[in-house]
Design a protein around this ligand. Structure first.
Ligand SMILES: Cc1cc2nc3c(=O)[nH]c(=O)nc-3n(C[C@H](O)[C@H](O)[C@H](O)COP(=O)(O)OP(=O)(O)OC[C@H]3O[C@@H](n4cnc5c(N)ncnc54)[C@H](O)[C@@H]3O)c2cc1C
Length: 861
């Protein structure tokens, strides 16, 4: 008999999957290796096991009746209570009759002729199913401790993830706990209450703080009771699956006192997510994050009396949140007890397990019992533990050997009709998993219903969609502090496992929107076959860099009128207002504001000097703003960044603006300023004849034209030019205008508005306005031309790079995937632009070091 769906696992995910699919009329069975339902909460029976997301949140929301029937006794329920809850759910919806317990799925292979999965269990059965769904859990495969001599030990050993069902009594015993992750931190205080002696072996200290557990607070009950449906909906669209106010300010913008008050409140809340939400940049900026780390280290020092033990317990090798933080009850206080000691295995490495205990490099310990709290082979472990073979016998374990490749964390190319619930590449372990599980099950159920209605037999993601998603998952992780830690999120706890960031960190709400979007766009990126033929709308669902996308949403939420509908005065005022409160950029050695002679009167400039010893090369910088808006100060954070990373003096100089001073006033001022800076290089602290040009947008246009004028005048000598999203032409017919002319801040109509203010139609084709139209580009200084994928100006930047290359100029072309016109100058706002900013700075240094600026004209886009 062929069933519609076989699910693996009877935890939170498998139970809801079974209920939902059954209610939609799909014949569904579940296989579970445990003796009963519960998953995580069946296996993890160690003392102190409890959830660390509040139970009211960490529970199903699909049935209002269930929500009213079940009342949690505590804010953070214990393992037995959560297990009772899942048992209650199984009874209420009569789920057990379709679950085969104490049975392990060993292999699953796709039969392409029959269009079904052949699933084998350890009982030797074969089950035939059209769809195969792994609801096998992210943390269900305990990691075997990588300590030599494990089987030599004669005393009692316990694994937190496979705890016995009968009570374990440590009274009067000498006990060791190996591992100080969540399970260790929860169990240590309780084991210490019983044991005669407790020795904790710690490799990596984790951040933990008090849970302040107790009854569900009146405030929480009120918030939930006021409108459960609205409360749940808020959770579904939140960052981590729990409704929570996010603080939009950045940690370093607050005063030390304000920060301390915020952190004290977060600490007192006993809420796992409170520190991550305390400021907008805690999980993004190392400097901001360090303020939390030090706050929490001080808390540890204030609790643990022995200073050496306190320091050993202070995490230093990862940022707060980059490893799953813990909530505890009296964890640090436990180390003040006379019979509890900590062994820091980084200082005193574990050598071997012996018959009687544990040998370290310097001591031998004897124990009556050893508790291994050594964690899990997370996320991918339980999936690849099953021998899964897709189309043409392709092995999933082999496909994922270099890290999991999924589309949305739900599907993977080459494995038709195969889904993973909370799979790698989905928010999963970074969220309240009850919310993420329901979202995945609902999405899959809707998808299967759609396939049934449309008479479709198979579904599978395309290679393009999958590669795009993997890229997006990495892009999201790369702007955070997470990838720097050796965490189980990175697979770093399992020897030999490829180090990649496994979950999706873009947030639960945003992820839900993406999944909905995929479905609404005719299941974009998913290929179907069916009785009526094959069907696929291929494409990428997330093309913008994640921080660019967030910025665009934020700006959209402000509801501002388009700039081109404003007067010039209003547009300038708005531009200044938008700059207030932006991150300041790095500190530089010195900043001087002064004036220099322009073509028609004095111009203000700002000089940024590096802190290293001078003299330094000088980079002349022109700001953007369509020749109409902005000033020497408008790209201040970017100029600081450039100064620090290029180790050059950066001089950002004003030029006259249109419409008051139309073309060629800006160009004449740019050239006059450059000549003056070159002539006064020594006085300014610069190295004579080490001068380069840089500009962004309209400033890139000025920098390019100044280089042409300097070449024609034989002076000043310019070592190189960096043109960032430059205006090089007045032609609006290029593809990038058609593709990116609306929705990405710089629009076609705004560009029209700039040109209209700047230059008469007849002047626009003048090479001093459109440098791409210069009759001869030979003999220009080496150039780095930088463009962004979603910029209307992208193709004219590329055209200029190509024209320079054809004229024999040494050119590098640096395209930037997923970025918009303003990305690269938005220091500490668009973190994904930091790689390009580093390349720009390196190119500037290269201008002044013979031979290091390499000719490399790349198309890339
Ligand atoms: C100690 C602990 C505390 C946690 N606390 C929280 C919390 O507070 N909040 C939160 O959001 N998350 C928490 N989690 C994460 C937790 O795993 C999830 O919240 C949730 O329970 C996962 O449900 P699941 O059904 O997806 O997987 P699981 O509960 O892990 O269930 C998967 C089941 O699949 C079975 N299985 C796997 N492979 C096979 C196979 N080949 N054949 C047959 N059966 C198989 C396993 O036996 C297991 O029972 C915690 C995890 C742990 C370990």
């Amino acid at each position: 008999m062929v069933i519609d769906v076989l699910g693996v696992g009877a935890g939170f995910a498998g139970l809801y999957l079974l209920h939902r699919l059954r209610s939609l009329g799909f014949s569904t069975k579940v296989i579970e290796s445990a003796g009963d339902v519960g998953g995580t909460w069946y296996w993890n029976r160690y003392p102190g096991a409890r959830c660390d997301i509040e139970s009211l949140d960490y529970s199903y929301s699909f049935d209002r009746e269930l929500e009213t029937e079940w009342q949690w006794s505590e804010r953070y329920a214990t393992q037995p209570e959560i297990l009772r809850y899942l048992g209650y759910v199984a009874d209420k919806y009569d789920l057990r009759r379709d679950i085969r317990f104490s049975t392990r799925v060993e292999s699953a292979s796709w039969d392409h002729d029959a269009l079904l999965w052949r699933i084998r269990t350890d009982n030797g059965d074969e089950i035939l199913s059209r769809f195969y769904i792994m609801a096998s859990g992210c943390l269900s495969l305990p990691k075997t401790p990588d300590i030599e001599g494990l089987d030599r030990y004669r005393g009692d050993s316990y694994y937190t993830g496979r705890w016995p069902h009968d009570p374990v009594d440590f009274s009067g015993k000498r006990v060791a706990v190996v591992g100080t992750g969540s399970s260790g931190i929860q169990s240590i205080p309780i084991i210490a209450e019983q044991a005669a002696e407790l020795t904790v072996f710690q490799r990596t200290p984790n951040f933990s703080r008090p849970a302040y557990n107790g009854p569900v607070s009146a405030a929480k009950r009120a918030a939930f009771g006021a409108g459960p449906a609205a409360y749940r909906e808020a959770a579904r669209w939140s960052r981590a699956g729990v409704p929570m106010e996010a603080n939009a300010t950045r940690a370093l913008q607050a005063s030390t006192q304000e920060r301390l008050a915020t952190y004290e409140a977060a600490y007192a809340s006993g809420d796992l997510l409170a520190f991550g939400a305390a400021y907008a940049d805690i999980l993004l900026s190392p400097q901001a994050n360090e303020t939390v780390c030090e706050f929490l280290r001080n808390k540890i020092r204030s609790i643990v009396r022995d200073p050496e033990t306190a320091e050993a317990l202070c995490p230093r090798d990862h940022f707060y949140g980059a490893k799953r933080p813990c909530l505890d009850t009296s964890y640090y206080e436990t180390y003040n007890l006379p019979h509890v000691r900590l062994v820091d295995v980084r200082k005193e490495p574990l050598r071997t397990i012996t018959e009687k205990g544990i040998d370290t490099a310097s001591r031998s310990f004897e124990f009556d019992a050893i508790v291994f709290a050594t964690g899990f082979d997370a996320m991918t472990g339980p999936i690849v533990a099953v021998d899964i073979k897709g189309r043409d016998g392709q092995s999933l374990a082999a496909k994922w050997a270099d890290g999991p490749k999924t589309y949305l964390g739900l599907t993977t190319h080459g494995f038709p009709n195969f889904f993973t619930i909370t799979g790698p590449g989905s928010p999963s372990v970074l969220s309240n998993m009850a919310v993420s599980i329901e979202q995945h099950v609902d999405w899959v159920s809707t998808c299967l219903t759609h396939m049934r209605e449309q008479r479709l037999d198979t579904i599978e993601p395309t290679p393009l969609a999958e590669a795009g998603w993997v890229q997006h998952v990495n892009d999201c992780a790369d702007i955070t502090v997470f990838p720097q830690a050796n965490s189980w999120y990175m697979g770093a706890n399992v020897p030999g496992k490829t180090r990649v960031f496994l979950p999706y960190i873009g947030g639960v709400g945003r992820y839900r929107a993406i999944c909905n979007d995929v479905a609404q766009q005719n299941y974009l990126g998913l290929a179907f076959t069916g009785r009526d033929g094959a069907r696929c709308d291929d494409g990428l669902i997330c093309r913008l860099q994640p921080d660019v996308s967030m910025l665009l949403h934020f700006i959209e939420s402000l509801g501002m009128p388009p700039r081109e509908t404003m007067s010039v005065t209003e547009a300038r005022a708005q531009s200044i207002a938008m700059r207030t409160g932006r991150p300041p950029g790095p500190d530089v050695g010195e900043i001087i504001d002064a004036t220099l002679p322009g073509a028609n009167g004095p111009l203000v400039y700002r000089l940024y000097r590096p802190s290293s010893r001078g003299p330094h090369p000088i980079l002349v910088y022109f700001h953007g703003g369509g020749w109409v808006i902005g000033s020497y100060d408008s790209d201040d954070p970017f100029c600081r960044d450039l100064c620090v990373h290029s180790d050059c003096i950066v001089i950002s100089t004003d030029y006259r603006h249109a419409p008051e001073a139309r073309f060629p006033a800006a160009i004449d001022d740019g050239f006059a300023a450059t000549c003056w800076i070159a002539a006064n290089a020594e006085v300014l602290g610069g190295e004579p004849s080490k001068l380069a040009m840089c500009g962004w947008s309209a400033g890139g246009n000025i920098a390019a034209v100044v280089c042409q004028m300097a070449r024609d005048a034989d002076a000043p000598l310019i070592a190189g030019q960096v043109l960032i999203n430059p205006v090089t032409d007045c032609d609006f017919t290029r593809d990038s205008y058609a593709m990116n002319g609306s929705g990405y801040l710089l629009t076609t109509s705004l560009m029209q508005w700039f040109w209209d203010h700047y230059a008469d139609a007849a002047d626009r084709t003048n090479p001093k306005a459109s440098p791409l139209r210069a009759p001869d580009l030979r003999g220009l200084p080496p150039a780095l031309v930088v463009t962004c994928e979603f910029d209307p100006l992208r193709d004219e930047g590329l055209a200029y790079a190509e024209a320079l290359a054809s004229a024999g100029v040494d050119v590098r072309y640096l395209p930037n995937r997923g970025q918009i016109h303003t990305s690269l100058i938005s220091v500490d706002i668009i973190r994904s632009g930091s790689g390009a900013r580093a390349e720009i700075a390196a190119a500037v240094r290269g201008f002044f070091q013979n031979g290091t600026f390499i000719s490399d004209c790349r198309r890339g886009l």
